[in-house]
Ligand binder design. Structure first.
Ligand code: GLU
Length: 297
C-alpha cells in the first residue's frame, strides 16, 4: 500500500514539474535542497520545551507524506517536502536545530492528536485545522495559512457538482479524523461518505470511478489535480474556513508563544512568503497571500 502511494505521489510531482514553467519547476526542485536559517547562540529558559529541544539538537515533527505542495515524501531522500515542511524547518532553525536533524514522522489526519498526546511527536505541521474540539486535547500555534473545504470531481464534472448540497445522493470520499469528513457527516447526511486514512487513496478511487467526488481543503485538492490534470478538476467553490495551526502539547504556553513569535518574524522578514513560493505556490501558481494574524488565545 505504501509503495503504491509513494509511486502515485512521485508521479504527481513529476507531472507537476513537467507542467510548470522551468523557473517554477526549478523552485519546486529547490524545495528539496533548501534548509531554513539556523539560529546560533540560542539561549532558552531552563526547563522549557525550547531549552530541551535545542539542547538535544533534534525535534520530531509530524507531517503528511502524500499531499503535494504541503507534505509529500521524496522517495529518494526519504524526507518530506512542501509548505508545512518548510514551516517546520523555520521553527526548528529558530531552536538552533538543523533541518537534517529533524526527525520526520508521517501523521495522517486521525493520528495527529494521539501522536501529540503520547509525545511521539514534538509538533505537528500537517494541514491541521485549529478548532475547539481539537483544542480540548492539544494546543495550536498559528494560524500560518487559511484554507477552505472544496470538492474535486472527475474532469468535465460529469455529475455537475457545484457545492456540498450537490453531494447528497452521491458517493464522496474524504479522510477519517478530518474536519471535511466531519462536516459531511454533520451537515450533508444524504451524501454517501467513504473514508480512508489518506487523501491519495480518495484520488485513486475518483480515478477508478469508485466515488463521484473527493472533499477536503482546496489546497490539498489543488495538489492532487496537479498530479492528474487530465483526470481531475477542482470545483473551486470553498465553503468553510480551515485555519492551519502547528499542533503541540496541551498547556505548553511558553512553547506556543515561542512558535507564534517565530511565525510573526517569518511573516515580516519574508521567509514565510519565500517558503510558499517554492512549495505550494509553485504548484498553484498563486502568489503568497497575506499571512493570517496569529491567534494568541
Ligand atoms: N484541514 C483539515 C483537517 O485538519 C483537512 C485536512 C487534513 O485532513 O489534513 O482535518
Amino acid at each position: 500500500m505504501r509503495i503504491t502511494r509513494y509511486a502515485a505521489a512521485v508521479g504527481a510531482l513529476g507531472l507537476v514539474l513537467a507542467g510548470c514553467s522551468s523557473e517554477a519547476g526549478q523552485q519546486a526542485e529547490d524545495a528539496a535542497e533548501n534548509t531554513a536559517e539556523v539560529a546560533e547562540d540560542v539561549d532558552f529558559e531552563p526547563g522549557t520545551t525550547m531549552a530541551e529541544l535545542s539542547e538535544a539538537g533534534a525535534i520530531t515533527v509530524g507531517t503528511k507524506y502524500d499531499q503535494p505542495g504541503f507534505g509529500l515524501l521524496n522517495p529518494q531522500t526519504q524526507d518530506p517536502e512542501g509548505f508545512d515542511v518548510e514551516i517546520a524547518k523555520i521553527v526548528a532553525g529558530e531552536l538552533g536545530i538543523e533541518a537534517d536533524a529533524i526527525e520526520w514522522t508521517e501523521t495522517v489526519s486521525a493520528n495527529r492528536e494521539p501522536f501529540i498526546q503520547n509525545g511521539q511527536v514534538d509538533i505537528v505541521v500537517a494541514t491541521y485545522t485549529i478548532n475547539d474540539t481539537r483544542k480540548q486535547v492539544v494546543d495550536f500555534a498559528g494560524p500560518y495559512y487559511v484554507a477552505g473545504q472544496d470538492i474535486m470531481v472527475a474532469a468535465g464534472n460529469p455529475e455537475g457538482i457545484q457545492g456540498p448540497e450537490d453531494l447528497v445522493g452521491k458517493t464522496v470520499c474524504s479522510v477519517e479524523g478530518s474536519t471535511p469528513a466531519q462536516n459531511i457527516r454533520d451537515n450533508y447526511a444524504g451524501a454517501n461518505l467513504v473514508t480512508y486514512d489518506v487523501y491519495s487513496k480518495c484520488a485513486d478511487d475518483l480515478a477508478n470511478g469508485n466515488v463521484q467526488a473527493v472533499t477536503t481543503d482546496n489546497v490539498i485538492l489543488t495538489g492532487l489535480v496537479a498530479g492528474n490534470p487530465e483526470g481531475f478538476e477542482l470545483v473551486g467553490n470553498p465553503f468553510t474556513e480551515e485555519p492551519y495551526g502547528i499542533g503541540l502539547a496541551l498547556g505548553d504556553t511558553e512553547f506556543r508563544d515561542f512558535i507564534n513569535d517565530v511565525l510573526e518574524d517569518a511573516y515580516e522578514d519574508g521567509r514565510w512568503a519565500e517558503a510558499w513560493d517554492r512549495t505550494a505556490g509553485a504548484i498553484t501558481g498563486e502568489e503568497a497571500p497575506e499571512p493570517p494574524a496569529v491567534d494568541r488565545y
